[in-house]
Design a protein around this ligand. Structure first.
Ligand code: AVJ
Ligand code: FE
Length: 437
């Protein structure tokens, strides 16, 4: 990317925007108008809100801010401002209908392409215009993942289709590996599309620790379940136990028990829970309880990032576990190419130099860290992107899921959510201190 010319950057931006729109179209054309305007869960917006919100943000940032163009629909800015209307209230708003929303996002996109033809893309470094195009692509892809989570909550026959995710390749892996003690460069000041909360790069000390080579699988999680883990307060934090009691949480979301074992629904398909895939749809509190039961703990965010990016041969931090090259289908399960995580061990080509697998893709991984700004943090382009979320209420998740697009993930990427949330594609891996330290 750093070697791209202005024309190369324009082509890159246009291709990335088009791929994001193809995905938004798949997600919104797959269901009928009733399903587009319906609220499938209080936790989610109607799909038609996400669609028009994608267009509204694109209008604000690309058409108006970068392009200096006249507003297309200034009258609807407020409707699609996520801060003015919580998700639960969005169905009651006078939203654009499905046909209007489609027309609107198409008109905005046509204007955005006009702006792209003239926008300054490189100067001394990537320009703010180029960054805005990258940010809008990521924004659309993030909402596409949110819409995919809404599809998972939808009742009815399956409407999304994709080939099954790969199974384990290669021999058995060690359960855990050691990450050596030492300084490590966390975050980034150079990654061109990195968002404000990933910046700046800063050196951190990390004590030596052990980390699981793969996310915790369904088979492993079932052992916790069947050992009575959900009924034994000793594995749960105080807040976690309160949550478990109040909401009567007894298994991962979308699971139920039959005489022949555990089953789940996945995008409208009922199927036995696949043993080898990472567990998903668990909250932070469940992840924390499992780790305690297993005699381990969740990794901190800096531990996770060191396991993912540190190259012991050079002492440098990589962009991705496998190196600096972009994700491919051989390296990671991303972009809704499959409609589930892949079995643990399915991506040997994506492992880090220390032998940690599937850090990118498959399931978001809960860390034990609260969401805060790094030293030297500067909000960009506006405080509402991340800064207003800093604090102890949110936990950081890392690595992306099968539903995250490659354009919206990297070794430094930080996601955040409430510790009770589990409609997202969330799983985890465990870590522990080195014995005898
Ligand atoms: C980074 C996934 C927490 O969905 O709330 C979308 C991304 N920000 N629109 C979210 C986002 C503004 C954000 N997460
Ligand atoms: Fe948004």
């Amino acid at each position: 990317l750093r070697e791209l010319s202005t024309e190369g950057l324009r082509e890159h931006a246009a291709g990335a925007l088009t791929r994001a729109r193809q995905r938004s179209t798949v997600l919104t054309d797959a269901v009928d108008d009733g399903d587009l305007v319906r609220q499938h869960s209080k936790l989610m917006s109607p799909l038609v809100w996400d669609l028009a919100h994608i267009g509204s943000q694109e209008e604000l940032w690309l058409v108006r801010d970068v392009g200096g163009r006249e507003p297309l629909r200034p009258d609807i800015d407020d409707l699609y401002d996520a801060f003015q209307h919580p998700r639960a209230d969005r169905p009651a708003l006078p939203l654009l209908g499905p046909a209007e929303a489609r027309e609107y996002v198409g008109e905005v996109r046509a204007k955005a392409f006009e702006v792209l033809e003239k926008a300054p893309m490189e100067g001394r470094r990537l320009t703010e215009a180029a960054f805005a195009f990258g940010m809008i692509t990521q924004h659309e892809q993030q909402h596409d993942e949110t819409m995919l989570a809404t599809h998972q909550l939808r009742k009815g026959e399956p409407v999304l289709h994709a080939p099954p995710a790969p199974t384990r390749r290669g021999g058995p892996l060690p359960a855990e590996v050691e990450v050596p003690a030492g300084a490590f460069l966390m975050g980034t000041s150079v990654e061109p599309w990195s968002l404000d909360n990933e910046r700046p790069a800063h050196e951190v000390w990390v004590d030596g620790f052990l980390i699981d080579t793969t996310p915790v699988t369904n088979a492993e999680y079932v052992r916790f379940l069947e050992a009575g883990g959900y009924d034994q307060q000793r594995w749960w934090s105080e807040a976690g136990w309160k949550y478990r009691q109040e909401h009567d949480i007894t298994a991962p979301r979308f699971w139920w028990r039959e005489t022949d074992g555990w089953w789940r629904t996945r995008f409208g398909v009922r199927e036995p829970v696949p043993a080898g895939q990472p567990v998903m749809h668990v909250s932070f509190y469940e992840a924390e309880a499992y780790a305690a039961w297993a005699g381990k703990r969740l990794p901190t965010e800096r531990e996770w990032e060191k396991a993912a990016r540190f190259d012991p041969a050079t002492g440098q931090s990589r962009r991705y576990p496998w190196g600096n090259e972009e994700p491919t289908a051989e390296r990671a399960n991303l972009g809704q190419a499959h409609l589930s995580p892949a079995e643990a061990g399915a991506y040997p080509a994506g492992a880090s130099p220390l032998g940690v697998h599937q850090l990118i893709g498959d399931v978001w991984e809960w860390t034990s860290s609260d969401f805060h700004g790094y030293p030297g943090f500067a909000a960009f382009p506006y405080r509402e992107y991340s800064e207003v979320f800093f604090g102890p209420e949110y936990k950081v998740l890392r690595g992306g899921s099968f539903g995250t697009d490659a354009a919206a993930i990297r070794g430094t990427f930080r996601n955040w959510d409430y510790p009770i949330r589990r409609q997202i594609f969330s799983g985890f891996r465990c870590a522990r201190d080195l014995p005898g330290v």
